[in-house]
Design a protein around this ligand. Sequence first.
Ligand SMILES: [Zn+2]
Length: 135
Amino acid sequence: MDFSIYEIGEWIPQIGAYKHECFLCNEPFVGRKNKKYCSEKCKSHFNNHKAQRINHQVKEEVTRLKKSQLIFGRICKVPGKVYTMTKSQLIELGYNKSVPTRIIKDDDFHGDWNLVGGYAYKIIENGNKFEIRKL
Ligand SMILES: [Zn+2]
């Protein structure tokens, strides 16, 4: 049967199904309304690679987090004491600002701090300086 006259997403009454285009291989196929893949092979291939991409992303974030904690650990020796560093000093030490953080409010230390493991930092002077402290 030739389904080429039908558009992607269109209902095909003769067979009671919709025309789709496979999410992975782009081949046209027919099936129920929410079907995305032409075959189990395409479906599992796409999902396996999705899992790999997510794992890779998580590993990179953990690496950046560990590295940031090492850098902050070299700077902050006394817990609670606030250390000030310039952005270029931190970059020189290998700091990568795309570290996943959580923002905490801390009234004792005036304002919002970004939490990185056992350390917290605050960006000051329009991003040119960082205040860092060990929690
Ligand atoms: Zn396919």
